[in-house]
Design a binder for this molecule. Structure first.
Ligand code: FES
Length: 122
C-alpha cells in the first residue's frame, strides 16, 4: 500500500463470510463515524452507516445490513433498500439517492479503510 496514505484495518477477509456484514467505527477530521463492510460474494464494499432518507443508521445496532433474502441492503427504520454492489437506492424512501461509499484497500487478507481519500459526505 502507498506509504503516504492513511489506512485503518477493518477486518480480515476470512472473518467475513459471503453475504454478511461487519459494522465498524472510524475517526475522520476528529469526528467519530460509523461504517459497514459487506462481502457481496467475494467483492468487498464499505458504506457510511447513514440512511439517505433521514440520515440515521440503517441497522439499529444489530450489525446486519442485508435483508433476509440477501438481495439488497435494508434500513430497518422505514425499509429503504440499497443495491449491495453500488449502494444505489433500490426502493423505498431513499428516493434515488445512494449510500456513501467508503474507499477500501485490500492487501493479503487485510481489508483496510483508506482515510486519505477526502470524504464525500460532510
Ligand atoms: S431512515 Fe432509513 S428508511 Fe427512513
Amino acid at each position: 500500500m502507498p506509504q503516504n496514505r492513511s489506512f485503518v484495518l477493518i477486518c480480515k477477509s476470512s472473518d467475513l463470510p459471503p453475504l454478511s456484514s461487519h459494522p465498524f467505527t472510524f475517526f475522520q477530521a476528529g469526528e467519530k463515524k460509523e461504517g459497514f463492510l459487506i462481502n457481496e460474494n467475494g467483492t468487498f464494499n464499505a458504506y457510511l452507516n447513514r440512511c439517505r432518507h433521514q440520515g440515521i443508521t440503517l441497522d439499529w445496532d444489530t450489525g446486519d445490513f442485508y435483508r433476509p433474502d440477501k438481495k439488497v441492503l435494508i434500513c430497518k427504520t422505514h425499509g429503504a433498500t440499497y443495491h449491495p454492489g453500488t449502494g444505489a437506492c433500490a426502493g423505498g424512501p431513499c428516493n434515488g439517492k445512494s449510500l456513501f461509499r467508503l474507499p477500501l484497500a485490500i492487501e493479503g487478507e487485510g481489508i483496510y479503510l483508506d482515510l486519505s481519500v477526502p470524504e464525500p459526505f460532510s
